[in-house]
Design a protein around this ligand. Structure first.
Ligand SMILES: NC(=O)c1ccc[n+]([C@@H]2O[C@H](COP(=O)([O-])OP(=O)(O)OC[C@H]3O[C@@H](n4cnc5c(N)ncnc54)[C@H](O)[C@@H]3O)[C@@H](O)[C@H]2O)c1
Length: 456
């Protein structure tokens, strides 16, 4: 007993003398190239009719072209894919909508010619993950704004290349994070910003989606291959994007540290073998969890699971000092004044939870600022994940046409994509805390919370 007390005293004395040990893995933040400034609130000259070139016309790109046939104020000038059949499929979409044929680009490297055209304002990228950043950088270097599917970057090197190029060229670089435009997320954001849940102190997001039916449908099996080769949360943006908007990340707060932990890959290798691959050395755990802490003392939990039959979930849970909102697995709202509806001593879960209908009527008190009845009706009719894809596209084009800052900038892209490589670093270091760089390089508290820009 004496010995035990003595050793506790020695450890305590050491802590006082040396301070707690810092286990954080630090990553390098490259200096901002001389003469460049940040692009927080970047605006560019208004573009009356936005001329677009699409690169990547597979499952996602093909449906994007279709959505844009319903978009006012745009011209689809050029389309590009590795495969001839995808190009002709999109030409048929245009013809069916009564629109002129677009210029066609097909095959390896053809995307560069599309980016080099003089008559394009926006390059819209829906290729697989490996080519996103290279295309984004090249498009901006050729004077184009660029919108890139998720995740727009897969490494810190790619992230910094996109940031540096956007800052240098003053071109917009937006990640196409459609989940920020789903109706529940937009309503809960409006309610949270109005203080309905008190101060939001913790949030959860996820991408749980059993991809069994899809693995074989991706071009050259790119998605399973990526999971085979990479650890960390390789698809974090659907979970992280909407909650970062609520927390005002790089708009008054910032992510400072993360820790990641994953399971072994149990199902991943089986999927590989089932498709003729080796399955050996499969990197990505079936389940990856990343816990993030912010400068203002908030936390975020993000999960990734594309390998098990766990039901589809993006989680989207907001925990506030005075309330709670959740989209998955149950659509719920709790507010403090009637939080404890059932005070029976031994009954757990006695909190008053609003039913889906009640939750919707609570949220309906906080109108979504960007949603007009006409936009909602068109979005639901055109479709795309229930309408959110169209709203995202609509906002992108509206802001470009009016010369406004976009809803999502290159720093959002960076923050939402960095979980891949930073999580892999954490896992490789025994789940150590890893520093999250300030991708704005000093501009993270210039703004006070997330807001949408509107034309005057
Ligand atoms: N936001 C969402 O809800 C959502 C949903 C699905 C997919 N996605 C994202 O969309 C992107 C595409 O996914 P997908 O499901 O359409 O995959 P896909 O395999 O169906 O399509 C990819 C297409 O890109 C083309 N391509 C690849 N490299 C190219 C290059 N260098 N030049 C021209 N074309 C090239 C391929 O030929 C293929 O047609 C991915 O980033 C994915 O994560 C997002």
């Amino acid at each position: 007993m004496k010995l035990r007390l003595l050793s506790i005293a020695v450890v305590a004395a050491c802590l006082v003398a040396c301070g707690p040990k810092d286990y954080t893995v630090h990553v390098k933040t490259p200096a901002r190239p001389a003469g460049q400034q940040d692009v927080v609130s970047l605006s560019a000259d208004p573009i009356e009719t936005v001329r677009i070139g699409f690169i990547g016309l597979g499952m996602r790109g093909g449906s994007a072209v279709k959505r844009y046939t319903h978009m006012p104020g745009v011209e689809i000038k050029a389309i590009c894919d590795m495969e001839e059949k995808q190009v002709s499929r999109s030409q048929k979409t245009l013809a069916k909508a009564g629109l002129p044929e677009a210029a066609e680009y097909c095959g390896e490297g053809a995307w560069k010619q599309l980016c080099e055209r003089e008559d394009i304002d926006l390059v819209y990228v829906c290729t697989d993950w490996a080519s996103h950043a290279e295309i984004g950088v090249y498009a901006m270097e050729h004077g184009k704004h660029v919108a890139i599917e998720v995740p727009a970057a897969t490494s810190l090197e790619e992230i910094w290349a996109l940031i540096n190029t956007s800052e240098h060229t003053r071109r917009h670089c937006m990640q196409l994070e459609n989940c920020c435009y789903d109706f529940f997320e937009m309503s809960a954001l409006a309610a949270a910003q109005a203080g309905a849940f008190g101060e939001i102190i913790h949030a959860e997001g996820a991408y749980c989606h059993n991809l069994d039916p899809y693995w074989s449908r991706y071009w050259h099996s790119w998605r399973l291959d990526f999971n085979q080769q990479h650890k960390g949360d390789v698809y974090p943006t659907h979970g992280l994007g909407p909650v970062c908007q609520v927390l005002g990340i790089h708009r008054g707060d910032r992510m400072t540290t993360l820790v990641a932990m994953d399971t072994d890959p149990f199902n991943g290798p089986r999927h590989c073998k089932a498709r003729g691959g080796q399955g050996e050395g499969f990197a990505n755990g079936d389940e990856t969890s990343t816990l993030i802490r912010t400068e203002k003392g908030k936390t975020i939990l993000i999960e990734h699971d594309v390998m098990t039959p766990r039901p589809y979930s993006r989680m989207y849970q907001l925990v506030g000092t005075d309330g709670y909102a959740a989209k998955y697995p149950l659509h719920q709202v709790c507010l403090r004044e009637d939080a404890l509806g059932n005070l029976e001593y031994d009954k757990l879960g006695g909190e008053k939870v609003y039913s889906k209908e009640e939750a919707d009527s609570v949220l309906a008190q906080y109108p979504i600022p960007i949603l007009t009845p006409e936009l909602e009706a068109t979005a639901k009719e055109v479709g795309g994940h229930g309408g959110m894809d169209f709203i995202m596209d609509y906002r992108l084009i509206y802001c470009l046409r009016n010369g406004l800052p976009l809803d999502m900038d290159v720093y959002d892209l960076a923050e939402w994509c960095c979980l891949g490589e930073l999580g892999a670093i954490s896992i490789a270091n025994g789940n150590a805390p890893v520093e999250v760089p300030d991708f704005t390089r000093g501009a993270w508290d210039k703004l006070d919370g997330f807001s949408y820009a509107f034309a005057k």
